[in-house]
Design a protein around this ligand. Structure first.
Ligand code: CP3
Length: 369
């Protein structure tokens, strides 16, 4: 049965905390600007055209699979791709910019909850095409922005230093904020569920900006909405007889990491600001952990990359030395660990450093047979 064939893939087994023969590895933002083959495509096509053309999205998704030998592919798209369907125009230069940010109750009232099949059919076509082009080599991760992070972009209209607009809405007009978050949750629930129905084998929410919030506020404005999305995606996944792992990544979550176990995620992604052994002590053993090498380590020497990668692997095993003081030699594979960076790979990264990282994880965790 080809639809079942991928279920025992290394990456999916690690997400389910099953035994693995080595630690799987992929890299957040692995398809993108640090790759010359991506830049070559971008010279001919603008970013949104790449997202909206299934053949281009599929080609870009597969680029890092071929070059790096990662254990999972992630759909090439962006967390803001659903915005036009909600009635919001967005441009990428390359950072996202909204001409008309959502700032008040009337703005929120004008938003639509789109049907993903009508407004983003090209994403679902891309998922189907990628699955067929992957031919079972590695699983495909579908993704979306978590409701809070999506709302942050909608309100700020782009990046920000103080995030005063979105935090001003949360604390100045929390009724409107909750209405907006509800709309984002419904939008993302449909969008990510449709990706799963189209063939995505894991589903990830990026909550890049959740770390703006303290422990009480994250439980009010971010986590309940991510939980709503996961419940819907879980239902969609069970509806097609699959068990699709749900991955929650939040930036800067060290202040409330244990709360991430309450939202129905199978895997919790963490950034580099805390070590994996400290994170494990706080989240317990019910979830897998994904992470967490500082992406800027890939701008350092080859020796540093190997040393720090081993530090992360040892911390995943619960051994001290997670800060880089790791001894040389094989580590073996920790249960319930997926190696990744602690945030997206930077455009300045030499591609052969990314390849070295993948090879290092492989080499140091492989159990000799
Ligand atoms: O991981 C992958 O390889 C899949 C592709 C992917 C993109 N964006 C492509 C992209 C993914 C998973 C994202 C997620 C995303 N987008 C996040 C969450 C993850 C994170 O890094 O925190 C966020 C916050 C965004 C919003 C966004 N989109 C920003 C801030 C930018 C500009 C700067 C940047 O980080 O690249 C984008 C544009 C974007 N999204 C590009 C790519 C390859 C660059 C566009 C270009 O080619 O010029």
């Amino acid at each position: 049965m080809s639809s079942q064939a991928g279920q025992d893939a290394l990456f999916l087994r690690a997400c389910r905390r099953e035994p693995v023969e080595r630690t799987p590895v992929w890299i957040m933002r692995q398809a993108g600007r640090y790759l010359p083959e991506y830049r070559a495509i971008r010279e001919r096509h603008d970013f949104l055209k790449c997202c909206r053309t299934p053949e281009l999205a599929a080609e870009i998704t597969l680029q890092p699979v071929a070059r790096l030998g990662v254990d999972a592919a992630i759909l090439f798209s962006d967390i803001l791709v659903p915005l036009p369907g909600m009635g919001v125009h967005v441009e990428f230069n390359p950072a996202p910019q909204l001409a008309h940010p959502v700032r008040c109750a009337a703005d929120v009232a004008s938003l639509r909850v789109p049907d993903a099949r009508e407004t983003t059919p090209y994403v679902l076509d891309a998922v189907r095409l990628i699955r067929s082009q992957l031919g079972g080599r590695v699983p495909l991760i579908g993704f979306a922005g978590a409701p809070f992070t999506m709302a942050t972009y909608l309100v700020e209209g782009g990046g920000s230093k103080s995030f005063a607009a979105v935090k001003g809405l949360l604390f100045g007009d929390s009724r409107t904020a909750h209405r907006l978050l509800g709309i984002c949750a419904e939008t993302v629930a449909s969008y990510l569920s449709e990706q799963v129905k189209a063939g995505a084998q894991a589903a990830m929410l990026f909550d890049t900006w959740a770390g703006l919030l303290g422990p009480d506020d994250v439980r009010t404005f971010a986590l309940p909405y991510a939980q709503r999305v996961f419940a819907a995606v879980r239902e969609a996944s069970e509806g097609i007889g699959a068990h699709v792992p749900l991955i929650y990544y939040a930036g800067d979550s060290a202040g409330w990491i244990e709360a991430c176990t309450e939202i129905g995620a199978d895997v919790v992604g963490i950034d580099w600001r805390m070590s994996l052994d400290a994170a494990r002590a706080r989240v317990g053993t019910a979830v897998a952990l994904q992470g967490n090498l500082d992406p800027t380590i890939l701008l350092g020497s080859r020796a540093l990359i190997q040393q720090r990668a081993r530090g992360v692997l040892r911390a995943a095993l619960g051994e001290s030395g997670g800060e880089g003081g790791a001894a040389p030699g094989p580590t073996g594979a920790a249960t319930g660990h997926i190696f990744n960076l602690g945030h997206g790979i930077l455009p300045q990264t030499p591609p052969d450093h990314a390849r070295l990282l993948v090879d290092t994880v492989r080499q140091y965790t492989e159990t000799p047979s």
